[in-house]
Design a protein around this ligand. Structure first.
Ligand SMILES: [Zn+2]
Length: 465
């Protein structure tokens, strides 16, 4: 049974929530115009917004606090409803804004460990609330009604895991509907009968696009199919055109890093069934991105993409887009490592003589808990050793003419001299599955001596964010 109905707003007023000031200051130029927004201007607008925690640290409680803050915002622009409860009783929120005839349904974090879009949805709602009088936002409110489910799977988010508290992948429950989270999504779909839906996920950090060299698929798009034949009806044309708009919004920010997600029909999935039920769905998958603060980069891209797509739906400009602009996106592949050390002579520590190889390390965002705190982490391991020239990486370390050994002595520092025999054996090795901790060495003055140039560690807790 899905509980439904409006939560008494008065009860929200009884809670003490720190309210940030929503300034109705001068209209930002990017919202003052009704012309298509420049992606770089929208990105700069996001950069000027108050920072939020990195998306993986944005908890179910934080989502509830944000929802309550928005419910209390002056003007009553956003209606708040508890759509249902998770298996463990956490609220599943539904926020509605706008008075337009075109209903748009957006849901995020159906998979608990796929959070990048969740803060972007609140950034979007804050932008709408704070700048409701601006020409761009006023048009959006006149033409669209947005239905936003910012965190569909709060129990999974609490554990930072894909599945819900029953251990079910909610995205394979669209037919059997045994999860309260799935039932909540179906209920809001059936009630709103939205004209288009946005299904917001994260994909594996191995996902790549292109071949020369493979780049991270930082965002992948899918105009979801509703049958095995991948039939193109009016709804699928709309989602393809919307995806074309999304591509144009993202291309200047992440050139060559946009992929097309496999469009095979999955009979149990929500995107496919929501489309079949009459709400054509665009899937947005956030992947890997190089550089500092990847989580914030992904949230920023989601914000730019969503605001641009909603603006195009509100203006009608979406209909001018071509489906070919979406269809010509390269398909997702799995050719990305987190880190590759290329062309080193490996002193692998397994008792074999040195040989030339590349070493590929995979890494994935995790959330670690210690002392009651949640911290960002990166789970990493050696995944492949050999000729990895067909793969790309977020970080490439060129080591031609150098030697790579496992970090057999954690006390070693750059500049240290070490003596290593021709076929060394250590407890630490450079083999598939081993921890990615290495010594990058240069040849010393005699055949068995080496100088530590660099200690390389990939993974562990990343405290920079
Ligand atoms: Zn997912």
């Amino acid at each position: 049974m899905v509980r439904s109905g409006l939560i008494p707003v008065l009860s929200l007023f009884c809670l003490t929530v720190a309210l940030p000031v929503l300034a109705q200051g001068p209209v930002p130029p990017v919202l003052a115009s009704e012309a298509p927004p420049a992606p770089t201007d929208l990105a700069a607008f996001w950069d000027a917004m108050p920072p939020r925690p990195a998306a993986p640290l944005f908890t179910a409680d934080a989502v509830t606090a944000e929802v309550q803050r928005i419910a209390r915002a002056p003007g009553g622009l956003v209606a708040v409803e508890q759509l249902g409860s998770s298996v463990e009783g956490r609220p599943i929120w539904h926020l509605t804004v706008g008075r337009g005839p075109l209903a748009v349904l957006l849901w995020s974090q159906m998979h608990g460990d796929e959070p990048s879009a969740t803060p972007a949805l609140f950034d979007l709602l804050d932008t709408i609330t704070a700048h409701r009088e601006s020409p761009r936002v006023a048009r959006l409110l006149d033409r669209l009604t947005l239905h936003v489910v910012p965190m569909l799977n709060p129990d999974g988010a609490e554990r930072y895991q894909r599945r819900n508290a029953q251990g079910i992948d909610v995205n394979r429950d669209a037919l059997r509907l045994q999860t309260p989270e799935g039932r909540a999504l179906k209920a809001v779909r059936d009630r709103t009968r939205a004209a288009i839906g946005f299904n917001l996920h994260n994909q594996n950090w191995r996902t790549s696009v292109g071949r020369t060299p493979p780049k991270p698929a930082t965002i992948s798009l899918l105009a979801v199919a509703f049958d095995e034949a991948r039939t193109e009806d009016a709804g699928r044309v709309l989602t393809k055109k919307t995806s074309a708009v999304l591509r144009d919004a993202l291309e200047p920010l992440i050139p060559g890093q946009i992929g097309r997600y496999d469009d095979e029909f999955e009979v149990r999935a929500f995107g496919d069934n929501v489309t079949k039920w009459g709400t054509p769905v665009v899937l947005i998958e956030s992947g890997a991105v190089a550089g500092e603060r990847p989580d914030q980069q992904l949230t920023r891209l989601n914000f730019v993409a969503l605001l641009t797509a909603l603006d195009a739906l509100a203006s009608g400009r979406v209909h001018e887009a071509t489906t070919a602009r979406y269809e010509s996106l390269p398909e997702n592949e799995d050719r990305l490592f987190h880190t590759i050390v290329r062309n080193a002579t490996l002193l692998a520590g397994t008792g074999v003589p040195g040989f030339v190889a590349d070493v590929g390390v995979v890494g994935q965002r995790v959330v670690r808990r210690s002392d009651g705190q949640r911290r960002l982490g990166l789970a990493a391991r050696i995944e492949d050793v050999g000729d990895l020239r067909v793969f790309g990486a977020l970080e490439v370390i060129e080591a031609e003419g150098k030697f790579l050994a496992p970090l057999f002595d954690p006390a070693l520092q750059p500049g240290a001299r070490v003596t290593i025999g021709a076929s060394p054996t250590w407890p630490a090795t450079i083999t598939q599955g081993a921890p990615p901790a290495f010594l990058l060495l240069t040849r010393g003055e005699s055949p068995d001596t080496y100088v530590v140039e660099r200690v390389i560690r990939v993974g562990d807790t990343d405290r920079r964010q």
